[in-house]
Design a protein around this ligand. Structure first.
Ligand code: HEM
Ligand SMILES: *[C@@H]1O[C@H](CO)[C@@H](O)[C@H](O)[C@H]1NC(C)=O
Ligand SMILES: *[C@@H]1O[C@H](CO)[C@@H](O)[C@H](O)[C@H]1NC(C)=O
Length: 319
């Protein structure tokens, strides 16, 4: 081989390793065929015990991917080397599901007889399974795999990269754009709010101060969310918080979005986002199609692959 042939090969190899070209639905087929069924069964058990946990697992994957890519960083506890993401503002007293991830990791490592499945992949698989369990088979997709785990996490990156519920439409658009996601991804992925709950302090200003809200909806929320106190009282993010369906979008059309950021997607002004909200509210099929493709797109954000990062043993700690 000539040195220029070697150069071409090395360049090609590094291109492959640095892109997400290595993510594939078949990553564990040979190394551990039991991995995906084991993960699904633990997720199923956990949802049987507590329906909300499916929502919490979906949100964990989102909060992982939006902070330096889908690399399991959200799961790391603080160490003397870094302050992790768990105490960042969007996460503190809010993000949950860590013990289910621990259970999955223990079960999958036992089934595979060694730690071959990354925590980042576990988050992607658990999110996919939660949505399919709570929404039905049309929401099932082949999740791309082969992510590796980060050795660091960053509280400040979590604070700057995760969108807060106070964001305006243009702030949401530019936040998603900074992650390589477009308007359609924003509207489809916000459909994650078809399941789960939010705390009073995330929607208090909306129900006391805003005008683009259904008055009787606001009045009923004020009962669980007083002006003062009750900060962590929960309200469902849509009218059917344990079902992945299109009620979230129908609610937006009736000005019944719970969060300020939710209602920003629909103003009835004929913008692209208004049209998408209308489409998804009427077509569960269109929602399922776009949600799945945007989840795959989100899951492809800056994964560590090849020899980058590591495969953790305990998802809360680097090896
Ligand atoms: C568009 C920007 C987004 C904002 C501003 C936002 C904000 C929030 C807030 C404030 C909560 C309530 C947290 C609490 O009170 O503890 C929440 C919950 C939730 N979010 Fe989002 N979110 C966004 C996008 C997403 C995306 C893209 C997904 C997933 C695809 C998602 C999935 C969830 C789920 C499932 C819950 C409920 C979690 C539970 O019940 O444990 N969110 N979000
Ligand atoms: C902190 O970083 C050093 C050097 O990289 C490493 O040897 C050590 O194990 C790390 N400590 C923890 C608690 O992660
Ligand atoms: C309503 O808006 C005012 C002015 O911005 C603010 O001071 C007040 O705290 C808000 N009320 C609630 C309940 O959030």
């Amino acid at each position: 081989m000539t040195s220029s042939q070697i150069f071409v090969m090395v360049t090609l190899a590094s291109l492959l390793i640095s892109s997400n070209a290595l993510l594939t639905p078949h990553f564990y087929d040979k190394v551990c065929p039991q991995a995906l069924p084991v993960i699904k069964s633990v997720v199923k058990e956990a949802i049987l015990k507590e329906k909300r946990i499916g929502a919490s697992l979906l949100r964990l994957h989102f909060h992982d991917c939006f902070v330096n890519g889908c690399d399991g960083s959200v799961l790391l506890d603080d160490t003397k080397n870094f302050t992790g993401e768990k105490t960042a503002l969007p996460n503190i007293n809010s993000i949950r599901g860590f013990s289910v991830i621990d259970e999955i990791k223990a079960a999958v490592d036992k089934a595979c007889k060694r730690p071959v499945v990354s925590c980042a992949d576990i988050l992607a698989i658990a999110a996919r399974d939660s949505v399919a369990i709570l929404g039905g088979p049309q929401l099932f997709y082949n999740v791309l795999l082969g992510r590796r785990d980060a050795r660091r996490a960053s509280k400040s990156a979590a604070n700057t990269n995760l969108p807060p519920p106070t964001f305006s439409f243009s702030q949401l658009i530019s936040n998603f754009k900074s992650h390589g996601l477009d308007v359609k991804d924003l509207v489809a992925l916000s459909g994650g709010h078809t399941i789960g709950f939010a705390k009073c302090n995330t929607f208090r200003n909306r129900i006391y101060n805003e005008t683009n809200i259904d008055p009787s909806f606001a009045a009923s929320l004020r009962k669980t969310c007083p002006r003062k106190g009750g900060d962590s009282n929960l309200s469902p993010l849509d009218a059917t918080p344990t079902k992945v369906d299109t009620t979230y979008y129908r609610d937006l059309i009736y000005k019944k979005g719970l969060l300020h950021s939710d209602q920003q997607l629909f103003e009835g002004k004929g913008r692209e986002s208004d049209k998408l909200v209308q489409l998804y509210s009427k077509s569960p099929l269109a929602f399922a199609r776009d949600f799945k493709s945007s989840m795959i797109k989100m899951g492809n954000m800056k994964p560590l692959t090849g020899t980058q990062g590591e495969i953790r043993i305990n998802c809360r700690r680097v090896r």
